[in-house]
Design a protein around this ligand. Sequence first.
Ligand code: AMP
Ligand code: GLY
Length: 429
Amino acid sequence: MNILLIGSGGREHAFAWKIKQSPRCSNLYIAPGNAGTALVGENVAIATDNFPALGKFCVEKDITLVIVGPEAPLVQGIRDYFENTNELKHILLVGPGKTGAQLEGSKDFSKQFMLRHGVPTAKAHTFQSHESAQALTYLDSCIPPIVLKADGLAAGKGVIISPTVAEAKQAIHEMLVDKKFGEASSKVLIEEFLDGIELSVFVLTDGKNYVVLPEAKDYKRIGDGDTGPNTGGMGAVSPVVFAGPAFMQKVETQVIIPTIDGLKKDGIPYKGFIFIGLMNIKGEPYVIEYNARMGDPETEAVMTRIDSDLVELFEACAKGELKNKKIEINPQYAITVIMASGGYPDSFEKGYPISGLDSVGKGLVFHAGTSRNDNAVVTTGGRVLAITGNGPTLEKAAQQAYEIVGRISWKDAYYRKDISQDLARIEKS
Ligand code: AMP
Ligand code: GLY
């Protein structure tokens, strides 16, 4: 079958790499893709939110299956557009409709969903722009640190953790009144701080049945030792040593099953990924957030641990036939290290040629923010490459990843040197 993958990051390169291994895949197109996806399939210069152009392309190329990588087109309703357009409604699509994508698109919606369906999560109150006075009064009763969350999509920047009530008051004013995040912060959640250790669990569901993908841990801060500002993610590790079988069983019974049952009870059709951001607090899972897509850079680690044919699973998901489907997962470790532009997550220069890409040997180089400029591959984003190493131990996987990182360079390239070291310490203790 012909497949269209939508997106342009490291997640999409990793999907493309895995999709292309399936005997079911004839032609793979990526819109708009990057210099890495162009090595696996054919890039198509269509923006992820140009639904009419994407639809027209699907008809022209006889596309059977569409995979939506990022959240924005899902929240904007790409599935609804395809389902409501006569010549597109037969096309299989992985990704929820506009209502289901609200699990990610609105933190208030997802909080109410969790509370309604008994999914363990932090206590929270929601305030709207005209309720800023009530929000300030409520903050007086909170024990810091205090978590403030813009309701809508804010490019991963909409969560502020304030160490004092005074700072929380300042921050909520900026969000609700000054509209720091535009419309996204016209509603803000004030949330209880969860003190634990974080991990990501991924589910592929057809709205009734599901398969659980390998779990992963993300490294969100820019600096070694989890210091400095938050980023989209500077690395990932799978499996996660503190998520053993007993914990994962709790995740399944206390989180995954109530979530899928909740979608059914609420009459929300859902065919796609649910990425569950979890806090492990003394062995108990609490949901921090849902996303309606896979994680980035977690996908670049997770894909290397799936032995099943991903296209077969995608097809079953989109047709509503995931019942009795199994996912085969290999036990090896996967470690992904992000190489970023110097300056990221603040401002950074683009357009630097990358050297060393031809001599990487074993391991995988997924492109995140790159494009081809004549004969050179150049940097075009904050997160530029996602390097994945695999091995029978954390150390071996990390060694493979960092060996490749050491061979690749460009002006001001930056990466964290400690990806997986915290987990290695836990494993040893
Ligand atoms: P989000 O944008 O929802 O992914 O949140 C960004 C990050 O903020 C999460 O990955 C957590 O590290 C942190 N965070 C969010 N909510 C909480 C909470 N209730 N308690 C502690 N940390 C949180
Ligand atoms: N790595 C976190 C995310 O994809 O949201």
